[in-house]
Design a protein around this ligand. Sequence first.
Ligand code: GLU
Length: 409
Amino acid sequence: MTNPFEFAKEQLIKATSCLKLGQGDVEKLLSYKNVLEAELEVDGDNFTAYRAQHNNALGPFKGGIRFHPDVSLNEVKALSMWMTWKTALLNLPFGGGKGGVSCNPKELTQEKLEGISRAYVRAFYKNLGPDADVPAPDVNTNPRIMMWMRDEYERLAGKPCPAAFTGKPVDAGGSLGRDEATGRGGFIIARELTRKLKMKPEETTVAVQGIGNVGYGVANLLHFNGYKVVGLSDSKGGIYDPEGLHPERLLKLKFEHGSLQKVCSVDKEAEKHQLVSNEELLELGVDFLIPAALENQITKQNAEKICAKVIIELANGPTTPDAEKILADREVMVVPDILANAGGVTVSYFEWLQNRKGERWKLDKVNTELETYMKKALSEVMAAAGEYSTDLRTAGLIIASKRVLSAMK
Ligand code: GLU
């Protein structure tokens, strides 16, 4: 069994050895403030729920809540540690947390989902709040779920607390641009790399694994900015077309027909696309490969077969440390999750700020600020990679762990 928590530790230890930190400091960085677990009982069914709070030296714990059958304690622990590094790298006044409920939302009614969302808040209420721990959407959770959670939180608090959750619907205290922020952040990184590597968008091919909020968002922005999105996939399989795909059209059809591959059997235009498995999608000969689904996708089993020039991690933890070594030897550049997918939490920060200050930012302001944060973090990571002669992930972790450690001290 692969254990993302072991991977998260291994990545950090590599960075701390570049910094020549002592054992005491490494232990400080690896230690958890709280790891919480609860059984949620909702209309006669039980669901296990978690909230891992890794580090809050820089500010309240921050990070999403996912609903997925594979959610486990080790997974949320790893994800919460990655959130600590992500918020620190982006210079946001937050620490790292992550939560999850082991359930399959595809099989649940809206009533049950609402029940789970509200029960989650009741279970962890004492540890949450705008100054304590601010959750947000993650895999299979969305603005609606954040709205239920905010509502439940306020019921218990007996007062309005809009800043207790981010990623809310815009009409319920959410920020413009939050929904597409992770995809947009990934797009900004892709565009900046295109410039730095002196590539041309129209000659740059892209494959995106996952067509959820994040994968769709980045694919769509790349497509409309002239990039050639040649591969796309959902959990049932992938499609490929060297002539390019139309993400927006395909997503609409996917909603009607159930899966991308099904679309190819019923739609005249989509019939031309080739069907590929999820494994084959990762192995396509593209310039940018964007995993935007779950962790552990690029492993030592398939790393030799990855033909992409650059991997831009929009999922959390898609590349294992074993795979990363193989990719480094093969000179495949990996833009780490803690940088590439930080657009979401960055706009979550803007939402939290707006809620606290009683402001409403225009979309232009949100996107301009997001761009500033993403570009700054990218340049800092590039500079640190040069300074320490290391890969981009280790460079990001070096910057983040220095900031966290100095705040702890
Ligand atoms: N779930 C997202 C992430 O992994 C967003 C977290 C947030 O907005 O707090 O970064």
